[in-house]
Design a protein around this ligand. Structure first.
Ligand SMILES: Nc1ncnc2c1ncn2[C@@H]1O[C@H](COP(=O)(O)OP(=O)(O)OP(=O)(O)O)[C@@H](O)[C@H]1O
Ligand SMILES: [Mg+2]
Length: 262
């Protein structure tokens, strides 16, 4: 379980996140949604120990994050940042193997190499193995970095907009894989998404942030409402439901911005 107690993050005068209390269960996929600039990335960076906590505590399976245990804290985390620029002179396979960095001794074991190749195959990107990463497209880079965090065998997965550059097929592939592995391995998984429908399809729990505060928390069917979405984004929407009762969101054109009909 990941527990956040009264978490506040400030940089100078600016409050990024304020008084956040959350309990996130192992084996569940939590999706953070919220407008641009509302503190989603800052929250993930803080959970990774990259942004100091101004106030409050974070515990993973009972152990608190402290300024002194950051190296071991980070070892149990698979963190995929929002910016996936990679100006490295390494192949995709080498980048994936780096996911095992804390366990690599002087030599790469057959086990590490086999696991890296397996991850690339599972994500259907084995053909990229020998390509220098700086030559990959944005979406290809995102898939390679996802393979890298999988290899860490983390306790906590923190993914910041992991599908932002992916086509429809790869979005589904990444989210399916994440959900399946989260349940199978008992990870606490947290992913930031802007696509509300993808969030509704895959989230066990949604964490709705607005102005750095928790606006709602719960399963998509409970959380996603027309009023909440309008309050967050100031965009008119309909929230419809499929045959299984799962919600999906349809945006509506604002009448005065829509082109006049002939
Ligand atoms: N290092 C920093 N110094 C100053 N301000 C910062 C810093 N990092 C973030 N901020 C500010 O904190 C606020 C939250 O930023 P954050 O990146 O967490 O937003 P976000 O919810 O991830 O947005 P997006 O959806 O655009 O990625 C923004 O107003 C941002 O400008
Ligand atoms: Mg962000």
């Amino acid at each position: 379980m990941l527990e956040l107690h009264d978490l506040t993050l400030r940089i100078g005068e600016l409050t990024l996140v304020e008084g956040l209390n959350l309990s996130l269960q192992a084996g569940q996929l939590h999706v953070i949604i919220g407008p641009n600039g509302t503190g989603k990335t800052s929250l993930l960076r803080a959970l990774f120990g990259e942004l100091p906590l101004t106030h409050g505590t974070v515990r993973l399976h009972g152990s608190a994050m402290t300024p002194h245990n950051l190296p071991s804290w980070r070892q149990s985390i698979g963190y995929m940042p929002q910016n996936t620029q990679l100006d490295l002179d390494l192949s995709a396979l080498e980048v994936v193997v780096l996911g095992r960095l804390q366990r690599l001794s002087m030599r790469l074991s057959d086990d590490d190499l086999g696991a890296a190749l397996e991850a690339l195959q599972a994500l259907d990107i084995a053909h990229l193995a020998d390509r220098p990463v700086h030559t990959l497209s944005g979406g290809q880079r995102q898939m390679v970095l996802f393979a890298q965090v999988l290899l860490r065998q983390p306790k906590l997965m923190l993914l910041d907009e992991p599908v932002s550059a992916l086509d429809l097929k790869h979005q589904m592939q990444l989210m399916e894989h994440l959900q399946m592995q989260t349940a199978a391995q008992g990870w606490v998984s947290v992913a930031v998404l802007h696509d509300l429908n993808l969030a509704a399809q895959f989230a066990d729990q949604m964490i709705v942030l607005g102005d750095g505060r928790l606006q709602a928390f719960g399963p998509p069917a409970q959380v996603l409402s027309r009023d909440l979405i309008h309050q967050l984004y100031h965009v008119p929407v309909d929230v419809l439901h499929d045959q299984q009762g799962q919600p999906y969101v349809r945006t509506l054109r604002t009448p005065h911005l829509a082109p006049a009909s002939a």
